[in-house]
Design a protein around this ligand. Sequence first.
Ligand SMILES: Cc1cc2nc3c(=O)[nH]c(=O)nc-3n(C[C@H](O)[C@H](O)[C@H](O)COP(=O)(O)O)c2cc1C
Length: 188
Amino acid sequence: MRACLPEGIAAGKPAAIDNRQPRATIAAVDRPLLIAWHSRTGAAEAMARAAAAGAGDRGRLLRADLVTPEDLLAASGYLFVCPENLAAMSGLMKEMFDRCYYSVLGRIEGRPYAALIAAGSDGQGAQRQIDRIATGWRLKRVAEPIIVNLAAQTPEAIQARKTVPAVELTKCRALGAALDEGIALGVF
Ligand SMILES: Cc1cc2nc3c(=O)[nH]c(=O)nc-3n(C[C@H](O)[C@H](O)[C@H](O)COP(=O)(O)O)c2cc1C
């Protein structure tokens, strides 16, 4: 049954990773902005929902554990939204990148992205990690990150449900709207 096997396997070699671009059947302007999020105590979720409201019909909110490589391939751009936990992006957000990284490598190059980080006092560690991974994917960062520090310091405050100030949600909404507009105009 050699003829049925993918190239490489018949010869006993591992199959090559297929890094070709998907056939462009749907123009970028018609594809969603994927808003991939994770939140432990509600702050990043509120930020993601505000950004989705700004992005209108284009916004596609998806919790990080539900994001598949197909979702990433189908998007015109990305908004990554998560809290900083222990100086890094939250574990579930990282798991999404780990799970999808090689399946889309070389197939989403040049697409726009931005990040929203919920933090207690810092947020830079999570932001840097996302930027490094996005650089690996050759994505294009098209906006400054929005880091919202909620100043929770005690274990009780850190683990409590969060309320994000309206002024910060307005910024997240504006970023969602800007990404939508940039994609619609084809400026990225
Ligand atoms: C286990 C844990 C670790 C945290 N580590 C950090 C940290 O390293 N830096 C920081 O700025 N905030 C840290 N925080 C605070 C959260 O980032 C902050 O409360 C954020 O608003 C939570 O977002 P969320 O409500 O979307 O989960 C930590 C919170 C938890 C629960």
